[in-house]
Each structure stands twice: as structure tokens, then as C-alpha cells.
Unconditional design. Structure first.
Length: 494
């Protein structure tokens, strides 16, 4: 049960979060302020906000579960992720700043046309809502276990808080609360690590021996099983493609990178996220391994029915007063950092505003109108997100579930962005066809793989999806868009 020190820690962190959102998000006057903070956000703040969004509840809750039941091979994905971030910094970001984009899908409009922009935005809605629904479920599941609340009640509470501060403060509230959230992730994670180290029998070398003999310290897997996503070269490849899609074509992540003043600052911010994220992954994987040894030494302690609950179960049944509140506060922070701001910005910029452009030109739609609709869209997407989170309740292994969902549609987005960045092809209708067909094929492959009909790991989905979208967009442009005289030129001149 939670005690007074726990409630004090939780209430203090939530109060700080809301105060930051209030003072940083006051006086929003237009959508440029609401979505970009007028590009006046410091690079270091954008970096830590990026990390807070990247980490989320999936790391706080899901990564310790992976470390507990598996090993450290998840780090292989980060090798590819680090390479992808450098690639994004030097190829994607210059294109976004060249066209002064509010959302990354505006790049698709300038490069190809409105049809590709609309399709990119819709694909973002689908991918982000589904993946973020899993993330919200992860946080809500952990908090419901710790607090003894029902899952629907917990999801509803988090959704209301997220809607309140994002609809009020916009991206500035998201950025600065993200800085606070990232600091809480470090503090809570290190607190649990040190508690476990001091409460595991034997010295550090004894811990390493126990974990090593159980295979929990394995980092690299040099096998050749194409179905295993933890094979080194497959994991690195998936890390590259997955991170390019997540950080280069997903408005939730790139929105942070577009709030700084210059292209150069944005590029540095992207690279710095490598060094800010890696320590957190090490901390939370370490927690999972430490929990494995702790429960091995204490077999009388109850284990949860779902290993995704391992950190929550440990928090409730073992951690002392005060530390329970610290872990719960970190999970709450992770759950509140939601995609509502990026969903709203994409909806207004890529769909709503272009569709009403004639009215806006006639003076019938003002910035106040768009700001009001932006806030209403935050509410709308918040309700959808809560519904998706609720229907995830039967899932186990939620970290991999989020990756599988992302793999179905993320390749479609990445393929069309790469087509725009590295070719001079002027496809538009061809892009839409390629994106839809690619996502359908990836969904079919995922179902066949999950039903054991074909031996294919889910990590291949985003690679195949990217290749199919890129290839079809290139090949079909002459037929569907009358584009006949373009060649790959490998630069951003397009």
C-alpha cells in the first residue's frame, strides 16, 4: 500500500508538471506558437523532450520486463538506431528546414503534391494512435497494479490530464514538461538499481555470475535465423529502418526537432539524443536483470501473472515507502507525455487548413479559429487514444507489440520520404497507391507470421515495406503521374 511519503512524491511531481505546463504554455496566440513555440526552444530542452517521448512508459515498464524474461539483446536495436539518428540529422532535417515545415508531411506536399501529404498524415494518424495506445496501456497497467485501481479508471485519468495540459499549453508545455519527465526517468531508474544492488545477496560478482549462467547478460546474437528479431544484423537493420521511420517521418518525434531556431541546432539536437537515451536503456535493462536475480534468490515472493507487470509487482510488494511513489511518479510522467500535440498539429496543418484554404483566403478563418480547432482536436484524439489503450488489455509482451504495429505502416512512410529525398521522381498518385499496397501486404505478412504459417520475423516488415513503397512509387510514376524523365541523383536538389 502507498503511504504518506509516496503520495507526497506523486503529488509534488504532478504539481510541478502542471505548473511547468501553465507557465510555459501561457499566452498561446496562434498555431505557430501552439505547434512550434515560434522556434525559440533551446536545443538541450528539445533533446530531453525528445528523449522523454522516445522513452515513454514502454521503456519504464516494458524494457525491465524484457530484461527480466530475456536478456540484453534489445541493445542491438540501438546500434542501428544511433546510425539512423546521424542519417536523419544530415539528410532529413535540412529538407524540413528548407521548406520551413510545421509538420514533416508538408515536405511531401512541396516535393510531390497534396495527395502524398494527405496520405502521409493519415498513415501517421493510424500508426501513432495504435502505437501510442499500447504505450498508454503500458503506463495505465503499471499504475493500476500499484494503486489498486481498475484499468479503465486509470486510462481515463491519464487521458484527462494529458488533454488538459496539452490543449492549454501546446508544444511549449510538451517540451518543458518533457525535460522534467526525462529527469524523473533517470532519478527513479537509478533509485531502483541501487536498491536492488544493496538487497541482492552476495557481491556484484555473485549477481553477474547468477545472471550470466541464466543467459540474462547476452548482448550480441550472431545467428542466422530469419525469424528471430534478436539476431545482430537483423536487429541493427531493423534499428536503422525503424528509427528512420520513427524519428524522421513521425510527427510526434520530429515536432521536437522543428522547435529550435536553426537547421544546425536541430541537427546537433538529433545527434545528442544518442548520448541521452543510451544511459536510460542501460538503466532499465539493468533493472530487469537485477529483478531476475532478486526473485531467483527470493522464490517465496509472488510473481505477477503477466511479466509486463514485473516492475509494478516489485514496486507494490517490495519497495519501501517513498520509493514506491518515485517509481509511480516516473510512470505517470511517462504516460502523460502523449502524442496529442503532434496529432493535432498534423491534422490542422496537413488536412484541416488545406481543405479550408479558400475560406481562409477570404478572411473567414482566422488564426484564433485554427487555434480553437487545434484544442478541440486534442480532445478528439485523446478519446480515441484512450479507447485503443483499453482494447490492448489482453496483450502480453507489449514492447514487441508496439514494434509489430509500427512495422505494418512505418515502412510506407519511410519509403515515400526516401523517394522524395534521394530521387527527382515527381510521383504523387503513385505514392498513394504504393503506400496503401505496401501496408496491406505488411499486415498480411504479420498475420501469417503470427499464425506460424510463414517463418518470418516481424522485424522484416519495415524493411520490406520501405523497399516496396520506394520501388512502386518509382516504377508507377510514369504510368499514374506522367512522370518520365527523372533519375536517382542522391541529393536534396529535388
Amino acid at each position: 500500500m502507498l503511504t504518506f511519503p509516496d503520495y507526497l512524491v506523486i503529488s509534488s511531481t504532478v504539481a510541478i508538471l502542471l505548473l511547468i505546463a501553465y507557465f510555459k504554455g501561457r499566452e498561446e496566440s496562434d498555431t505557430g506558437d501552439f505547434f512550434l513555440g515560434r522556434r525559440k526552444i533551446p536545443g538541450w530542452a528539445a533533446c530531453f523532450s525528445f528523449v522523454a517521448t522516445e522513452i515513454s512508459a514502454m521503456t519504464i515498464v516494458g524494457v525491465p520486463a524484457v530484461g527480466f524474461r530475456e536478456n540484453w539483446q534489445y541493445l542491438q536495436f540501438f546500434i542501428g538506431s544511433a546510425l539512423a539518428r546521424i542519417f536523419i540529422a544530415y539528410f532529413f532535417i535540412p529538407a524540413f528546414y528548407k521548406y520551413d515545415c510545421t509538420t514533416v508531411y508538408e515536405f511531401l506536399k512541396h516535393r510531390f503534391g497534396p495527395a502524398t501529404q494527405y496520405s502521409g498524415s493519415v498513415f501517421f494518424f493510424i500508426t501513432r494512435l495504435l502505437a501510442s495506445g499500447v504505450r498508454l496501456y503500458a503506463a495505465s497497467l503499471a499504475v493500476s497494479v500499484i494503486m489498486g485501481w481498475s484499468l479503465p479508471k486509470t486510462i481515463g485519468l491519464f487521458t484527462i490530464i494529458s488533454i488538459a495540459f496539452i490543449a492549454f499549453g501546446g508544444i511549449k508545455a510538451v517540451i518543458w514538461t518533457g525535460v522534467f519527465e526525462a529527469s524523473m526517468f533517470y532519478i527513479a531508474g537509478l533509485g531502483v538499481v541501487f536498491y536492488l544492488l544493496f538487497n541482492i545477496r552476495g557481491n556484484f560478482f555473485e549477481f553477474m555470475k547468477t545472471a550470466g549462467e541464466a543467459g540474462r547478460l547476452s548482448v550480441l546474437n550472431f545467428g542466422w535465423n530469419l525469424k528471430n528479431p534478436n539476431i545482430l544484423w537483423i536487429a541493427v537493420l531493423n534499428g536503422i529502418f525503424g528509427s528512420m521511420a520513427a524519428f524522421g517521418t513521425d510527427q510526434e518525434m520530429t515536432q521536437r526537432l522543428l522547435t529550435v531556431d536553426t537547421r544546425k541546432t536541430s541537427q546537433k539536437t538529433m545527434v545528442y539524443t544518442i548520448f541521452a537515451t543510451l544511459p536510460l536503456l542501460l538503466i532499465y535493462l539493468g533493472i530487469g536483470t537485477l529483478l531476475f536475480v532478486f526473485y531467483r534468490q527470493n522464490p517465496s515472493l509472488p510473481l505477477p501473472d503477466n511479466t509486463d507487470k514485473i516492475l509494478s509487482n516489485f514496486t507494490v510488494n517490495v519497495l519501501p515507502a517513498g520509493m514506491k511513489g518515485l517509481v509511480l511518479a516516473a510512470i505517470i510522467m511517462a504516460s502523460i507525455d502523449s502524442p496529442l500535440s503532434s496529432l493535432s498539429s498534423s491534422f490542422i496543418t496537413d488536412i484541416y487548413r488545406p481543405c479550408l484554404r479558400r475560406l481562409a483566403a477570404a478572411g473567414m478563418k482566422t488564426e484564433k479559429h485554427y487555434l480553437l480547432v487545434s484544442r478541440f482536436s486534442v480532445v478528439f484524439f485523446g478519446i480515441i487514444l484512450a479507447a485503443i489503450a483499453y482494447f490492448c488489455k489482453a496483450a502480453e509482451g507489449m514492447l514487441w507489440l508496439a514494434f509489430k504495429i509500427n512495422g505494418v505502416t512505418a515502412g510506407s512512410l519511410l519509403g515515400v520520404f526516401l523517394l522524395g529525398l534521394f530521387t527527382s521522381r515527381k510521383s504523387n498518385k503513385a505514392n498513394v497507391f504504393a503506400m496503401i499496397l505496401s501496408s496491406v501486404l505488411m499486415a498480411v505478412l504479420l498475420v501469417l507470421s503470427e499464425k506460424k504459417i510463414i517463418a518470418l520475423g516481424w522485424s522484416w516488415l519495415i524493411v520490406f515495406g520501405t523497399a516496396i513503397t520506394f520501388g512502386l512509387g518509382w516504377l508507377l510514376a510514369p504510368v499514374l503521374d506522367n512522370e518520365r524523365n527523372s533519375e536517382i541523383d542522391g541529393n536534396l536538389s529535388a
